[in-house]
Design a protein around this ligand. Structure first.
Ligand SMILES: Cc1cc2nc3c(=O)[nH]c(=O)nc-3n(C[C@H](O)[C@H](O)[C@H](O)COP(=O)(O)O)c2cc1C
Length: 402
């Protein structure tokens, strides 16, 4: 491609992501759906079983309404916050999203770079197609490593060692995945066949690939299904994607493992997937520096409560002894503001940025983060609140029974 062609393709990408084509995260979801084959889009969009928890995560934000203070002039609106000693431009962190390189060849590298440019932290999933060293190199901002014990403790030690050497600042340990949830869209669409089946078993699913030539071309140019560069099996090399679901079912993380990790990781440990006050206190007892209230975006235990709904219980149980973060269902800046008012230090963004990544790579993530940042600022001004640090529950009507 000549320079001129590259420039004109960048211009057309930014045009296609600008208003009025993309005004909110829902518009990015729509673009992602157009670019991706159904099997990849549904992997990103879908949840476990009847998807009750997936829907509830988003819906429950509507149960909480605002109590604005009117007629307040705010010359400067301060959106900054600090999480685990890192300054964030607004209270959001990019969540670990497995298989990001299937959504876009630049995957985790693009997301980390966009996070840094937006002044945010990025969390790299264990299930990642780019080497953690390359992800670190893409961002000078804070990057965290999310750990699954896929392949066992020896494999985890290898990744932790690499993460420490290149400067990942926190270890996020996900505790809600003793087995992978039953995401019914995946077997129906042929996810397993895409990841590793024979050509014959892939045949019924090929039409959806050919219907998305842009994605298919970039996928093939990227070398097809990526290896898991950060799950390196001694003597064998990086694990293949097809093996990961089976490996996850032998990778349950227990409190005993967290104790072990405390011994080998000197930085902060963040426990992800807490849904009760009891587990929050247990995580504190094991030395967690922060807790993420999360049901894995409705992808694990269907029927688990919406994350926002249990946030008050966890905030009360933690009682200021650690930082409490939450994720699940955040699609607008006003959702972020509600979670902060209830007591979260920051939220993690999952699909909200991954739709952008799937739609257009790094510019898509950048657009998602810009939309959410602008939303947060507008919401603060409409609330009559000068800063994120001044937000509290007096800005909300929270249902009495919560
Ligand atoms: C496609 C996809 C892959 C994910 N992969 C991981 C993962 O590898 N590790 C993890 O701890 N959480 C993973 N999650 C959960 C997210 O980190 C986060 O908890 C969730 O997406 C938040 O919900 P939201 O998407 O509604 O914002 C994944 C979520 C999605 C949508």
């Amino acid at each position: 491609m000549s320079r001129q062609e590259i420039r004109s393709s960048v211009r057309s990408t930014s045009r296609s992501l600008a208003s009025p084509r993309v005004i909110n995260i829902h518009d990015l979801r729509h673009l992602a759906q157009r670019r991706l084959p159904k099997v990849v889009f549904d992997y990103l969009d879908g949840g476990a079983e009847s998807e009750v928890t997936l829907r509830e995560n988003c819906r429950v934000f509507d149960d909480v309404t605002f109590r604005p203070r009117q007629a307040v002039a705010i010359p400067e609106c301060d959106l900054r916050t600090r999480v685990l000693s890192a300054d964030l431009a607004f209270p959001a962190i990019l969540a670990p999203i497995g298989y990001s390189r299937l959504m876009h060849p630049d995957g985790e590298v693009a997301a980390a770079a966009a996070a840094e440019e937006a002044g945010l932290a990025y969390t790299l999933s264990t299930i990642s197609g780019h080497k953690l060293e390359n992800v670190r190199a893409a961002s000078k901002g804070p990057v965290w490593y999310q750990l699954y014990l896929v392949g066992g403790r020896e494999v985890a030690e290898g990744a932790i060692d690499r993460a420490r050497r290149v400067g990942f600042s926190a270890l996020v340990v996900t505790i809600d995945t003793p087995v992978a949830g039953m995401r019914e869209r995946d077997p129906r669409n042929g996810m397993k066949e895409l990841l590793g089946g024979t050509l014959f078993s892939k045949l019924p699913f090929l039409p959806q690939m050919f219907a998305h030539p842009g994605w298919l071309a970039s996928f093939l140019l990227d070398g097809g299904v990526p290896k898991l560069e950060n799950i390196v099996i001694p003597g064998k090399g990086p694990m293949s994607l097809i093996d990961v679901t089976a490996a996850l079912s032998h990778a349950v993380v227990t409190w005993e493992d967290i104790r072990w990790l405390k011994g080998i990781w000197t930085g902060p440990i963040v426990v992800k997937g807490v849904l009760t006050g009891d587990d929050a206190r247990r995580a504190l007892d094991e030395g967690a520096a922060a807790i993420i209230v999360s049901n894995h975006g409705g992808r694990q235990l269907d029927g688990a409560p919406a994350a926002l709904r249990v946030l008050p219980e966890v905030i009360a149980a933690v009682n200021g002894q650690a930082e409490v973060l939450m994720d699940g269902g955040v699609r607008r800046g006003s959702d972020i503001v509600k979670a902060i008012c209830i007591g979260a230090r920051a939220v993690l963004l999952g699909r909200a940025y991954a739709f952008g990544l799937a739609a257009a790579g790094k510019p898509g993530v950048t657009r998602a983060l810009e939309i959410l940042r602008d939303d947060v600022e507008r919401t603060l001004r409409l609330l009559g609140c000068p800063s994120v640090s001044a937000l509290n529950s007096s800005y909300l009507n929270i249902p009495k029974h919560w």
